[in-house]
Design a protein around this ligand. Structure first.
Ligand code: DGY
Length: 318
């Protein structure tokens, strides 16, 4: 018998087909936030799949029907899942690590290159139809070769970014909760505190999970430690940055540029970003490739089938 599963959002069609082939899957166009709606939507389901815009908070865990025996999140990030509340209900949680590492690392490079090479201004100019032709003074950016990339958070995605940045000739320095063994750091320089990392970076990539320790990490005090020529890239979560402080630094030339894929309060992002020509922005597309969407789907399906048959899949949240 196929497991009855409710997916609280819509997926690309090939991914939905895969869910339907292996599970008895229902997809919700709108996720209910009232008790009656939730009860009706989850009737008879053995598992619920959420994703970052759907907060799996204490309220949700309190109101889940007893038929729900597991939760999956279609994301590597877990900041929208109240893991303590899941534990209180005795519900295992699975997520999608590893399979999105390459896509997110590629997006980080897109943001990094776009910030350093002033892509927003270039796109605005060519689309304005006012471009006057090649001019050696126009839109002068910065190259990557020979520069130092600082990475905050050297997990799978941070290491994927490091590998790609090395191919562009960058030296890698990082700050992380723990120093990596030499088999994983590939010669990257470890800083046991971000305070020594920030002054040496020509670009800084935020690749850490959002936790109470990293919330508001990039604030005015830390920005003041950075070179005014440095760029900031965020593929982590918007709340790792204090928007007021980053926006002021970018507007006043205390930082060169930013490349942002994630924002506090998505999708209602701080409107001041739109007015900054030195900000290159993407709408949280870090993992949006068809290969990755399919692989994330398979990770959720395999994980749910495994936990609901009593085994421990590798993507079970410890
Ligand atoms: C993730 O997997 O955490 C991505 O950021 C999607 O939210």
């Amino acid at each position: 018998m196929r497991l009855p599963v409710v997916v609280g959002f819509r997926l690309p069609e090939p991914v939905e087909r895969e869910f339907q082939a292996r599970l008895d899957a229902r997809f919700l166009d709108v996720f209910p936030r009232d008790e009656g709606g939730l009860k009706a939507a989850l009737d008879g389901a053995a598992a619920l799949v959420v994703t970052p815009p759907i907060k799996a908070d204490a309220w949700l865990f309190e109101h889940l029907p007893d038929s729900i025996k597991a939760i999956a999140t279609y994301s590597v990030g877990l900041d929208h899942v109240d893991l303590a509340a899941a534990r209180r209900r005795g519900l295992p949680v699975v997520h999608t690590p590893d399979v999105l590492t390459d896509a997110v690392a590629e997006t980080a490079m897109l943001l990094l290159l776009s910030a350093m090479r002033r892509a927003t201004e270039s796109i605005v100019l060519i689309r304005s139809r006012q471009w006057q032709g090649w001019n050696p003074r126009q839109i002068i950016g910065q190259g990557l070769d020979g520069k130092t990339l600082g990475i905050l958070g050297m997990g799978r995605i941070g290491r994927g970014i490091a590998a790609r940045a090395r191919a562009f000739g960058m030296a890698i320095a990082y700050s992380n909760r723990h120093r990596l063994p030499p088999t994983l750091d590939n010669g990257a320089t470890f800083h046991d505190t971000p305070e020594t990392l920030l002054p040496i970076c020509d670009a800084l990539v935020l690749a850490c999970p959002l936790t109470p320790e990293t919330r508001g990490f990039l604030n005015a005090r830390r920005i003041a430690l950075m070179k005014p020529s440095a760029a900031v890239v965020n593929i982590a979560r918007g709340d790792v940055i204090v928007d007021d402080d980053l926006i002021a630094a970018l507007a006043e030339g205390r930082l060169f540029a930013a490349g942002l894929d994630v924002f506090a309060g998505e999708p209602r992002i701080d409107a001041r970003y739109f007015d900054l020509p030195n900000v290159f922005m993407l709408p949280h597309i870090g993992s949006s490739t068809i290969e990755t969407r399919l692989a994330m789907g398979r990770a959720v399906i395999d994980g749910l089938i495994a936990v609901l048959s009593g085994s421990r899949p590798p993507n079970l949240v410890a």
